[in-house]
Design a protein around this ligand. Sequence first.
Ligand code: NAD
Ligand code: WQD
Length: 334
Amino acid sequence: MKIFITGGAGYIGSHTCVEFLNLDHDVVVYDNFCNSNYETLQRVESITHKTVTLVEGDIRDEDALCKAMVGCDAVIHFAGLKAVGESVEKPLEYYDNNVQGTLCLLRAMRTNNIKKLVFSSSATVYGNPQKLPLTEDHPLTTTNPYGQTKLMVEEILRDLYKSDSTWCVSILRYFNPIGAHESGLIGEDPKDMPNNLMPFIAQVAVGRRDYLSVYGDDYATPDGTGIRDYIHVVDLAQGHVKALESLVVPQYTVVNLGTGMGYSVLDMVKVFSEVSGKEIPYRIVPRREGDIASCYADPTLAKKTLGWQASRTFKQMCQDSWNFQSKNPHGLNV
Ligand code: NAD
Ligand code: WQD
């Protein structure tokens, strides 16, 4: 198949390109590099010994999209802005990029009669969990503009499918992706101050930051720090392969991609410190606004409908993140 991957130069997108290329699919990456770089795609090519077709462009440019996707069979849509805090500061930019951009993409797909789509949604659409583990039928709500964009796109896709039931739509709600490709060539590479826990810890370990701020130790969890369902990015990428393979008949499917296991902030500090051999100094600071105590998936539906389940352990995730960070101490932008 020829697969059109928006945001394919980003963290999850680049790992997904590797999985599809390894299966001999053709990959067209469409990315504006607002949060990524060319080097990543070169590394994808050196891992796979395959060529990626790159079209540099913005998903809000419908004409450019229309031309770029000619001849493609399916779309995997990663492109978007993802920083929760920034979305509160700049809601219009987030709605424009993530919602308006997706509308352009869907129109371009319709023009080209491409009706297979895998969309990156997020566990953020569950809001503050009413019960754990989270199943796909949990009530949906959001607490910030980023989450709202994900929920809006899910609803747009549902309405699109209702209006034309020849579409094949798979919505994947990711939990917390971490880890890196085993080569250490690609991984999470934030351009500025990391927003998320793993890249922050990795930068402390490699000496780029002095200490980790732990956002609260008074949650109702065993050690008081927040619990999340961390999933290895390669498992996640393989979930996209399974999702696309499942789109052989028209559908609108929503599935969680998580492991079903929860680890706390201090669990990550401990395991990362063990695998890296580095001390991770940390300070307990007040809770971060909008954070929840615990969040983890019920991954049963993904196993049932996609035949997919995560296989990599939490320790492996930490090892692979450290492998990438230690081989690329300043990231890929230098
Ligand atoms: P990322 O920032 O590394 O990748 C996104 C890519 O999209 C980047 O290469 C960026 O340059 C590109 N992009 C952004 N806006 C664009 C535009 N208007 N036109 C073209 N390209 C554009 O992020 P990621 O972690 O790989 O996330 C991928 C997707 O998964 C996003 O939609 C994100 O919201 C979603 N998601 C991520 C997480 C996570 O924790 N990383 C969790 C749940 C969902
Ligand atoms: C994990 C835990 C923090 C940083 C976010 C988005 C979500 C999804 C994934 C896209 C929490 C604690 C963190 C730090 C800390 N993204 N923490 N010190 O908040 O679960 O999810 O990324 O869809 O939408 O909200 O992930 O990695 O930021 O935090 O103590 O410097 O680590 O409080 O308990 P989160 P995270």
